[in-house]
Design a protein around this ligand. Structure first.
Ligand code: SF4
Length: 370
């Protein structure tokens, strides 16, 4: 077990509370009673204090972390042993943090060490936001960003959704312009996936949802626009100004260790993956995390490295697995390059945005050749 004197790892804390449910969301979240909120905060604080680790990144996600308020969030962060210069991110919903009539204490977050805020914009077009079930409007998002900036937190990440109901290339452009002009340093852009069991999956006929080809064009439009504005497309769905890549999320994709606290949270420690079940009751009862299997395997390296701009290296794969990919594998890599989906220099395969769009089929065809 890695202890305080060993290499620092990432800490993910799940806050499973939301004021309402967005139509597309299948994250583990619900509206809590006051009592369960308090019990939950106490339990996660206890679990963080008990953990023997030191953290160089902390990410409080959800759900809606800002729903529990700035001082509770600061209290949670205080429980963790963090290294100097740790990246500490909190997900904030603009409906908690940007309302005119309700101040949100970003200064308390800053004092607790928070240096990065991730905010759900989804769209800068109010009618699109409303259709998704987002309560705040564009003005609240802007106000929340300004408040965070005034408190000294300048590293803001915005989530953007592509292929959402009624979205067009023109309205997407409006959202992209908003992202860049807001001073955000990082943008996560996800194509809408209709998850089973969500309100959207049961009422698709009510919405004008762009088709797959239109959504793919919007993804390419997003990549072109943001890279043109100086952002680096460093992961399939993530863009950052140079130096503002998410250090915490990179741990997931680079096979590094992290500890997840809370129901539905996942961990990888010393090459082993664990997760807590999606049940706050079980978590509060002290049910332990469930073993999920080996992590950071050579197979995972293939899957995860192709999500990232530096790509997949054959030499690195050989180092991890002891197996040298054969001629058919390298020929396939060349084929992807000839098809305009990637670059391949004989060792490293790097997908471009067109390749990212079909990365699942690229990964499975390469997997079959190993
Ligand atoms: S705010 Fe986020 S976690 Fe909560 S319902 Fe909406 S998408 Fe899901």
């Amino acid at each position: 077990m890695m202890t305080a004197d060993k290499k620092p790892l990432g800490l993910y804390v799940h806050i499973p509370f939301c004021a309402g449910k967005c139509i597309y969301c299948d994250f583990y979240s619900f509206r809590p009673g006051e009592e369960s909120k308090e019990k939950y905060i106490e339990k996660i604080c206890g679990d963080i204090k008990k953990s023997p680790y030191v953290f160089d990144t902390v990410y409080i996600g959800g759900g809606t972390p800002s729903y529990i308020g700035a001082s509770a969030l600061a209290g949670i962060i205080d429980c963790a042993r963090v290294t100097p210069g740790a990246e500490i991110t909190v997900e904030c919903n603009p409906s908690d943090t940007g309302r005119k009539d309700t101040p949100f204490d970003f200064a308390a977050l800053r004092s607790a060490g928070v240096n990065r805020i991730s905010m759900g914009l989804q769209s800068a077009v109010d009618s699109e936001r409303k259709a998704l079930g987002r309560r705040a409007g564009r003005d609240e998002v802007l106000r929340a960003i300004e408040r965070a900036h005034s408190a000294g937190i300048d590293n803001i990440s915005l989530d953007l959704m592509l292929g959402i109901p009624s979205q067009t290339p023109e309205t997407l452009r409006e959202s992209l312009e908003f992202c860049v002009s807001s001073g955000a340093k990082h943008i996560s852009a996800y194509i809408l996936k209709i998850e089973e069991g969500t309100f959207l999956s049961e009422h698709t006929e009510r919405y004008d949802i762009p088709g797959d080809d239109d959504a793919a064009d919007m993804y390419l439009q997003t990549s072109d626009y943001l890279t043109g504005a100086g952002f680096v497309h460093y992961e399939i769905s993530n863009f950052a100004l140079p130096g503002y890549e998410s250090r915490h999320n990179l741990k997931y994709w680079q096979g590094k260790d992290y500890l997840g606290i809370g129901p539905a949270a996942h961990s990888m420690i010393d090459g082993k993956r664990f997760y807590y079940e999606r049940s706050i009751e079980k978590y509060l009862d002290g049910c332990p995390a469930v073993y999920e299997g080996e992590g950071n395997t050579a197979e995972e390296y293939l899957m995860l490295s192709l999500r990232l701009s530096p790509g997949f290296s054959l030499a690195e794969y050989e180092k991890k697995s002891g197996i040298k990919p054969g001629g058919k594998f390298t020929e396939k890599c060349r084929e992807f390059a000839r098809a305009g989906l990637a670059e391949f220099d004989g060792d490293t395969l790097r997908l471009n945005p067109r390749g990212f769009l079909v990365s699942n089929s690229i990964i499975s065809s390469l997997m079959n050749l190993l």
